[in-house]
Design a protein around this ligand. Structure first.
Ligand code: ACO
Length: 336
């Protein structure tokens, strides 16, 4: 049975740490409010001369190093981000150039917080069909430059951080599905009814002739706007649904999963899901306290941190789920 598996992880966050108290110095917020509502204690912000592809490059180098794989063996790059280097071409092309692997396909995925699950699923399909063997799958975000860092934008600005995570996925012949590392399933969903509930409206072709103009800037359409309560309510419904579907399809129980590496939007979301399913605390690996929401990068960062913390070991069964802008959501179940 030809399947895909993750053989290595890597991550990178820029060195500058921004604490909740630092934010309280530039907008009307407090460490207490942010911690209580989200679990976030700090985040990392990149330097002004940095870029999403640069963060992605650093994480990718580590993943390739950990995979003991030469970059020339890569067949494809898939990069998920909501904070691209430029409008076009895709950030995966800039990453490909930095890695020095011209020729191989480089694909951008724009599914925001669910971006990494979508990217993983795409890689899994290409590998299952036998088209490619080795795919670099990256989630990378430089969000700090795009946040409204004042009282007006405080509801969103405190939530996000910069960072990148990468995994190397490779083809594998699965003989014993109960033991051999492989991706068991991915489930992807979207509901565009809610597209404007969490979005950056401009620039864009649906706007005025210049894609951004008129009073778009005054209206702050180039900053993210979010209906936080609606996102929260949908996240705690949709993530469990996507997990339950996956468990049913794979004929496994929640108890069989060794580690849950969820998207990191809010610690309360993950705590509610864990409580709902009766998942013991030690089986949920959260990183939001240190990195805040790094959107497409949260899951690969979580995987890499879990490996380095000795919490994620070869042979373990892992479940991931994410929810975000679009709305989009999904799950992935994989033996590591
Ligand atoms: N500091 C202090 N006060 C604030 C801040 C802040 N940073 N932001 C908002 N407030 C105020 C509001 O003005 C409001 O005040 P009011 O009651 O006087 O009007 C009040 O705090 C709102 O508080 P709550 O109703 O308790 O807020 P809530 O519990 O909804 O928490 C939060 C807000 C944390 C944003 C929550 O809704 C959430 O986490 N939502 C989901 C976020 C998410 O999952 N995003 C998806 C991922 S992002 C992606 O896909 C790109």
């Amino acid at each position: 049975m030809l399947r895909s598996k993750i053989i290595a992880t890597g991550m990178y966050v820029p060195p500058r740490v921004v604490t909740n108290n630092d934010l309280a110095g530039i907008m009307d917020t407090s460490d207490e409010w942010i911690r209580q509502r989200t679990g976030i204690e700090q985040r990392h912000w990149a330097a002004d001369d940095s870029s999403t592809s640069e963060l992605a490059f650093e994480a990718s180098k580590k993943a390739l190093e950990n995979a003991k794989m030469d970059k020339s063996q890569l067949d494809m790059i898939i990069l998920a981000t909501l904070s691209p280097d430029h409008e076009f071409p895709g950030t995966a092309c800039f990453l490909q150039r930095k890695l020095g692997v011209p020729g191989i396909p480089a694909l951008d995925v724009r599914q925001q917080c669910t971006g990494f699950i979508y990217a993983m699923s795409i890689a899994d399909q290409f590998i299952r069909t036998g088209m490619y063997r080795n795919i670099l799958v990256v989630g990378a975000e430089l969000q700090s430059k795009g946040l409204e860092k004042n009282d007006n934008g405080r509801d969103v600005a405190v939530l996000f951080g910069d960072g990148a995570g990468a995994v190397v996925m490779t083809a594998t012949e699965v003989k014993d599905p109960k033991k051999d590392p492989h991706v068991l399933s991915t489930h992807l969903y979207a509901d565009g009814t809610f597209a404007e509930e969490l979005w950056v409206a401009a620039p864009g072709s649906a706007n005025s002739a210049d894609r951004i103009g008129g009073d778009d800037l005054e209206k702050k359409l180039h900053y993210p706007h979010m209906n936080g309560k609606l996102v929260f309510m949908n996240a705690v419904k949709r993530m469990p649904e996507a997990l339950e579907t996956a468990f049913k399809q794979n004929g496994i129980t929640m108890e069989e999963v060794d580690l849950f590496v969820f998207h990191q939007a809010n610690l309360r979301i993950n705590d509610m899901i864990a409580k709902q399913f009766g998942i013991p605390e030690h089986k949920v690996f959260n990183t939001i306290q240190k990195y805040a929401n790094t959107t497409a990068a949260t899951i690969p960062i979580g995987l890499d941190e879990a490996v380095r913390a000795g919490k994620l070991k070869p042979g373990m069964l892992v479940a991931s789920a994410a929810f975000g802008s679009g709305f989009t959501w999904g799950s992935a179940v994989y033996r590591f």
